[in-house]
Design a protein around this ligand. Structure first.
Ligand code: SF4
Ligand code: SF4
Length: 501
């Protein structure tokens, strides 16, 4: 008899005094955890299938349900944790690579939580954002190095194409296919209403969303799914995806089971075929090759659109960014190792790459030292969780940030980290029609607009507290930051002083 070594991670705790057998939980759980037993007139649960997505807990009207972490303990110790043993059992069973979703969950330092923001006192008055104008608009793209005048002395307008944002935030690349249609619609509409941009990811652009073009970044990844001249021209900018924080150095894989209907049409691949993006772009092996692709894309769009190059934050990120800045790209997107994803090999997600805070600070410093900082804008992503993270990222050198997981949580994601299973109970990371219907885009987009509106207020309050009335004056302004509990090397890389200094 085959022995199952794995014990369920969660237990469904049902209060039978409150449960009225309405069977809502049974209908709502796509993992078939709950079942009504007619002979007993009682609900039961198969705990082993529960992923703790909280759908049933949230929708149970009598509050009869709780999901609790299993009290069962392996014979673990400081070296062999329960998680390690669990993973070993799984691999011994399956012989396969462990897969996970969302970002790195290992307890590496979160540097944003070890950085504090300044406030003015006495000598440098703070500014009241309710009474004084505060500027959070940003413009992304290469800035001219010198001011040129024509024969009559007028300043020549030689500004390369720019992306204009009402606040320093954009929605990061999340493809149609990994996300549902309704999730994409929510992002596109929120971007339009807020005057920012969302990003197609590598899944192409559904024909319904061409109307949001001026708020869209179209991505070109190694698989080139859904890429054609009309697609390139449809967006306000083009992003070349060289890497992704959640899985640096490897490609992507959307299983054939998700390549159905509109998704196969949008990606321009047959239904049911796996969408596998190779690890490298097969035409890029050097900065010179990258330069060729940047110029091909600019040529295809009449030099009217900025080109973004997105890379994962890795060890020599500053040198790579210096090359990208010289490749003709207008914007560099840096993606830290906590960045989310619909599916990644667990070992890659948890052990490859570096934190965005360190990558961002070192790239900004390198480009300044080389006198080429104005040739590119920097967009930082990889777990931006709040307006405070945005303020800290800008002070470390970012022009703007990408948010992904925060936006999904605003849409209702409960971080159960099982997006790769395609059965997202919140209708976000799934293509199952009865599940996708659970996310109402009218409500979804409103929640995103609310989130960003709240963050914009908070950014202005923090800026006002520092006596700064323009986000441009905060960019790279490390004097506004202090470290807490960081060692000398960490402070040096971040380019900030310790609290109290
Ligand atoms: S998987 Fe989600 S909906 Fe199903 S029992 Fe667990 S918490 Fe409830
Ligand atoms: S998107 Fe859905 S499946 Fe993915 S972590 Fe969030 S709730 Fe879970």
């Amino acid at each position: 008899m085959a022995v199952n070594y794995l014990y369920p991670e969660y237990e469904v705790a049902r209060n039978y005094d409150r449960c009225i057998n309405c069977r809502v939980c049974e209908k709502q759980c796509s993992n078939n955890v709950h079942e009504y037993i007619a002979e007993l007139d009682k609900m039961t649960s198969d705990d082993a299938k529960c992923v703790n997505c909280h759908r049933c807990v949230t929708l149970c009207l009598t509050r009869a349900l709780k999901i609790v972490k299993s009290g069962n303990t392996y014979r673990e110790n400081a070296n062999w944790s329960a998680k390690t043993m669990d993973e070993l059992y799984r691999q011994a069973e399956s012989g396969g690579v462990l897969l996970s979703s969302m970002g790195n969950s290992e307890p590496y330092p979160v540097y944003f939580d070890k950085i504090l923001i300044n406030a003015s006192q006495v000598t440098n008055p703070s500014i009241d954002p309710l009474r004084e104008p505060m500027e959070t608009r940003v413009s992304l793209g290469a800035k001219p190095q010198i001011v040129e005048r024509d024969k009559s002395g007028r300043i020549k307008n030689n500004l390369p194409p720019q992306l204009k944002l009402s606040m320093p935030v954009m929605f990061s690349a999340m493809s149609y296919g990994s996300l549902s249609y309704n999730a994409h619609e929510s992002l596109a509409r929120a971007a339009e209403e807020m005057g920012i941009l969302y990003n197609t990811g590598e899944g192409g652009l559904h024909e319904d969303f061409y109307r949001y073009g001026k708020n869209t970044i179209v991505q070109v990844a190694s698989g080139r799914f859904g890429v054609h001249p009309g697609y390139l021209k449809a967006g306000a900018a083009i992003e070349i995806k060289m890497g992704q924080g959640a899985k640096p150095g490897i490609g992507g894989h959307l299983p054939g089971s998700k390549i159905v209907g509109d998704i196969s049409r949008t990606r321009m691949i047959p239904e049911g075929s796996d969408a596998i993006s190779p690890a490298p772009h097969h035409d890029i092996y050097s900065i010179e090759d990258l330069r060729q692709l940047v110029y091909s894309l600019k040529t295809a769009t009449d030099f009217k659109k900025p080109v973004i190059v997105k890379i994962a934050a890795v060890h020599n990120v500053a040198a790579i960014s210096s090359g990208i800045a010289r490749s003709g790209a207008d914007i560099i997107a840096l993606d830290g190792f906590r960045g989310g994803t619909g599916a990644a090999p667990t070992r890659i997600r948890d052990h490859v790459g570096i934190p965005i805070e360190l990558a961002l600070a070192s790239v900004d410093k390198r480009l300044r030292d080389e006198g080429i900082r104005d040739r590119v804008s920097i967009v930082a992503g990889g777990s931006i969780r709040s307006s405070a993270d945005i303020v800290k990222a800008v002070a470390l050198g970012a022009d703007a940030v990408y948010i992904g997981t925060s936006a999904l949580i605003a849409l209702g994601c409960h971080l159960c980290r099982t997006c790769h299973m395609g059965k997202c109970n919140w209708g976000i990371a799934t293509q199952v029609p009865e599940l996708t219907r659970r996310l109402n885009p009218d409500m979804g987009y409103k929640r995103l607009v609310n989130l960003l509106t709240a963050w914009d207020h908070e950014i202005k309050e923090m800026m006002g507290g520092m006596g700064i009335n323009s986000i441009e004056a905060l960019k790279g302004n490390r004097l506004m930051l202090r470290g807490i509990g960081l060692n000398i090397k960490e402070l040096e890389v971040l380019g900030i002083k310790h609290a109290g200094e």
